[in-house]
Write a protein that binds this ligand. Structure first.
Ligand code: NDP
Length: 450
């Protein structure tokens, strides 16, 4: 390998690329990484991290105004200042950018700030300088997808929402996936009037149907104007903001229109065609189970491969690839039983099969479910209902899927995901002592199938 400049040249310093670069360097490889935008990628800069900070910010209204009084608290006048939140969030992101820089430096990875382009299967060019590399990794992520709608140039996406100078008083959110439901909750909690529209009959396609229906009910109870079977016909700028004509014939007047209609792999203008790398119709790089493209020296991980588009999955793929290439231990990333959370309000936690998927794979399934008002709400005015569901294969007694809509769903599901990965049976769930009083204990006390 020594006659090339690098053992690994990584394009894109997001979560997956950075992890693979660091681990590869720690295994002794000579590693370079190129980044044209910001260190840490979408997750750190315009995704998971700032989003979660904004979710925290948006919880205070309910806590301070609706919940506190029942517990004896009198909360005085309060107000929310958008610019303080954005400024504090920005400083935290800058701190994280610095940490990523330090991590790369500490691992001995050389960083090039600039746009990289693949010249041939062993050459990458950054700002006119060519680098030869034994292996190239494309970890360029994805970018918001905007459909072709008249006036779409007025819409913002998750790229801009984190940097709005002013909090909109009224917002229209278009889409029914992760980002749309999360931002509907954030804006609502911060006091913005929210309308969310989804083109189909029920949002969050791919999630368990009972979870989807339960969340829709809870979101509506909170006062978000959630509409299904509706899309945008046209967006028009007015003196007051935007007037949006919907396909159901109605019009909504808002200060911002936010599109959260999926993301597309960032694979254009990277030189992939010149190097002969195959992509699919969406632009996703086609890789084998070791994350290798059809060109043996070129690999790809994360959203640009459009497998399971989640930060921890990209990191896992990066760890596997570094082991495969430089540690003598080939590792295939595992994409089954990936736990996930949607930070909607209330949040969703999920791992394993949905009921519909289980019914396709198994002759028979047992469904255990529970719906209840959490203990906390016995003293608040809140009528939020928690929903929990287990999907069990009666033949083997294995728990195939676990789903929840309710406070701390992400935290709870992470723990149970270990049990599901280990192939836990319903009998083992039943023999586990509950932690009382918690919501999580419901998962080990469900006795009768539906
Ligand atoms: P999703 O793919 O989750 O959802 C896209 C939504 O937009 C769907 O409801 C889809 O509808 C709808 N849509 C697509 N095209 C159109 C169109 N032309 N007109 C109207 N609606 C349309 O994408 P997101 O943008 O919400 O999130 C992107 C990715 O980021 C996700 O894959 C997710 O993995 C990741 N993410 C993860 C988070 C987490 O882990 N908590 C948080 C945020 C993002 P339909 O279902 O009908 O196709």
């Amino acid at each position: 390998m020594a006659d090339r400049d690098w053992d690994l040249f990584v394009i894109g310093a997001g979560s997956g690329g950075v992890r693979c670069a660091r681990f590869s360097a720690q295994f002794g490889a000579r590693v370079a990484i190129a980044e044209e935008r910001y260190l840490g990628g979408t997750c750190v800069n315009v995704g998971c991290i700032p989003k979660k900070l904004m979710v925290y910010a948006s919880h205070y209204t309910e806590e301070a105004h609706d919940a506190a009084a029942g517990f004896g608290w009198k909360v005085g006048d309060s107000s929310f200042d958008w610019s303080t939140l954005i400024a504090n969030k920005n400083s935290e992101i800058e701190r994280l950018n610095g940490i990523y820089d330090g991590l790369l430096d500490g691992a001995g990875v050389t960083l090039f700030n600039g746009r990289a382009r693949i010249v041939d299967p062993h050459t990458v060019e950054v700002d006119g300088q060519q680098h030869s590399a034994e292996n190239i990794l494309v970890s360029t992520g994805s970018w918001p997808n905007l459909p072709d709608v008249p006036g779409i140039e007025h819409a913002i996406t998750s790229n801009e929402v984190f940097y709005l100078e002013e909090q909109p008083k009224r917002v229209l959110i278009v889409g029914g996936g992760y980002i749309a439901v999360e931002f509907a909750g954030i804006f609502h909690g911060l006091g913005t009037e929210v309308t969310q529209i989804y083109r189909g009959p029920l949002f969050l396609r791919g999630f368990d149907d009972d979870v989807r229906a339960h969340l829709a009910g809870e979101i509506r109870k909170k006062g978000i104007d959630l509409r299904f079977d509706t899309n945008v016909n046209a967006i028009e700028k007015t003196s007051q903001g935007y007037s949006v004509a919907l396909t159901d014939g109605s019009t909504v007047e808002v200060d911002q229109v936010m599109y959260a209609t999926g993301r597309v792999p960032l694979s254009k203008d990277l030189g992939l065609e010149d190097a002969g790398v195959e992509v699919n119709s969406k632009g996703a790089i086609l890789v084998d189970e070791y994350s290798r493209s059809n060109v043996p020296s070129i690999h790809a991980i994360g959203d640009v491969t459009d497998r399971v588009n989640l930060t921890p999955v990209a990191i896992h793929e990066g760890v596997c690839l570094s082991n495969t290439l430089f540690n003598g231990t080939p590792m295939k990333p595992v994409h089954r039983d990936v736990p996930a959370a949607v930070f909607s309000q209330p949040p969703i936690g999920t791992v394993g099969l949905t009921e519909a998927q289980a019914r396709e794979e198994y002759a028979d399934v047992d469904i255990y479910e529970s719906r209840f008002r959490a203990l906390k709400h016995t003293l608040t005015k809140g009528d939020e209902q928690t929903y929990m569901k287990l999907i069990v294969d009666p033949k083997s007694d294995r728990v195939l899927g676990l789903h929840m809509v309710g406070p701390d769903a992400g935290e709870i599901t992470q723990g149970f995901a270990v049990a599901i990965k280990c192939g836990a049976t319903k009998a083992q769930f039943d023999s586990t002592i509950g932690i009382h009083p918690t919501s999580a204990e419901e998962f080990v006390t469900m006795r009768t199938p539906r």
